[in-house]
Design a protein around this ligand. Structure first.
Ligand SMILES: NC(=O)c1ccc[n+]([C@@H]2O[C@H](COP(=O)([O-])OP(=O)(O)OC[C@H]3O[C@@H](n4cnc5c(N)ncnc54)[C@H](OP(=O)(O)O)[C@@H]3O)[C@@H](O)[C@H]2O)c1
Length: 350
């Protein structure tokens, strides 16, 4: 099969190429083999290619196959598996920029009703991050009627967080940096503030000022960008800041004077979906159930960047677009056509 195998971290994304690699072997007897049709390009993939993610210092070191989120069709499964060849699935595991991947079935979900494989790939784990961190007991415990500010609102995590907060009955304001992204986020039915205009934090407070609260400010900030200082300026007294990621920091972490937390009696809550899933698997299952329900009733709809990327050879171009902040929602690579895969599979049975 073809795959983008990283033998060393790269400085130039254009140097990433798909080469011939052995078909993945199941790591465990329960692994399911999937013919990948789609893979997404996330901010983490770009960091992994360059070796800049915190995981690259510990467990994710070359050689490895790039790509973290995929959708596709089950090609082989053990007899006792819940999945059968031909089932449409999506999941998150290292090795998605390839024609095939073998994963434990607990990492898979069926494509939600009403979704295509492309849309399921764009949903990925973003719904879980939003549901668990915004609504969960270990997160912000968002209540109906509260206000939520979503930074990086047009990004892969942001577009889903806006929808999850809205479905939870919150007033949602998205923060974006361009006219095109403003259009995308307004399309989700939420208010927008542009961070490329000076004093944008003041605009957030002005929007949320009312008779009872003259200072203004939101109850919760969802921050996948790494701007806790601005988040603290945007919350009301006693508000919560969810630290989700660092998409705007280019690897340099923010230093915040601790008195800014005290002055607002703020709660700053870090949330890591992957680690929570490993430590609290039963809670993670409940989060997945909630996300699947929201997806199937249309409360959460994936947002797919409208540029087409076909084949593994388009991965470097798509990564450049994500890294340059051009893409919105999720940039999706089409690795194989669903109809052709199913035809191939039916012929191989004959
Ligand atoms: N905690 C978790 O469990 C978890 C799980 C998955 C991912 N993450 C992390 O979450 C972060 C976001 O991931 P993603 O996939 O959503 O990334 P993404 O799709 O690339 O989106 C990031 C967004 O951030 C905005 N942005 C970039 N620089 C900015 C800046 N200087 N100021 C304000 N906004 C800026 C961009 O929009 P504009 O063009 O509007 O600037 C972009 O839309 C990453 O750091 C990732 O590692 C965390």
């Amino acid at each position: 099969m073809k795959a983008i195998v990283l033998d060393a971290f790269v400085t130039d994304l254009s140097s990433l190429t798909a080469t011939e690699a052995p078909l993945p072997k199941p790591w465990q007897p329960a692994d399911v083999l999937i013919r990948i049709t789609h893979a997404s390009i996330t901010h983490v993939d770009v960091l992994y290619a360059r070796g800049l993610h915190q995981n690259n210092r510990r467990h994710t070191k070359p050689p490895f196959t790039l790509g973290l989120e995929f959708s596709g069709i089950v090609a082989q499964s053990p007899a006792f598996s819940a999945y059968r060849p031909g089932d449409r699935v999506f999941g998150s595991a290292l090795g998605a920029y390839a024609e095939y991947i073998a994963v434990p079935e607990k990492l898979l979900r069926r494509v939600p009703r009403g979704y295509g494989l492309r849309e399921a790939c764009a949903l990925g784990a973003s719904g879980c991050v939003a549901v668990a961190s915004l609504m969960g007991e270990r997160g912000a415990r968002l209540r109906r009627g509260e206000s939520v500010l979503v930074l990086g609102a047009a990004g892969g995590l942001g577009v889903i967080a806006c929808q999850v907060a809205k479905a939870a009955g919150a007033r949602v304001i998205g923060v974006v940096g361009s006219k095109e992204k403003e259009r995308v986020v307004r399309g989700l039915g939420v208010e927008v503030v542009r961070y490329d205009s000076p004093g944008w934090e003041g605009k957030v407070r002005a929007l949320t000022r009312d008779g009872e609260d003259e200072e203004g400010g939101v109850d919760v900030v969802y921050d996948p960008v790494g701007n806790v200082e601005s988040s603290l300026r945007c919350i009301k007294y006693g508000g919560r800041v969810l630290v989700i990621g660092y998409a705007g920091r280019h690897g340099v972490m923010e230093q915040i004077p601790a008195n800014k937390i005290l002055l607002k009696s703020a709660k700053v809550i870090g949330y890591r979906w992957g680690e929570h899933g490993r430590r609290f698997p039963q809670e993670a299952e409940k989060v997945w159930d909630k996300v699947m329900e929201m997806a199937e009733i249309g409360e959460v709809k994936p947002v797919v960047y409208d540029k087409e990327y076909k084949g593994l050879e388009s991965v470097p171009r798509a990564m450049h677009d994500v890294e340059a902040n051009k893409a919105w929602g999720r940039a999706i690579i089409t690795i194989a056509n669903e109809g052709e895969v199913l035809e191939e599979m039916s012929k191989s049975k004959l």
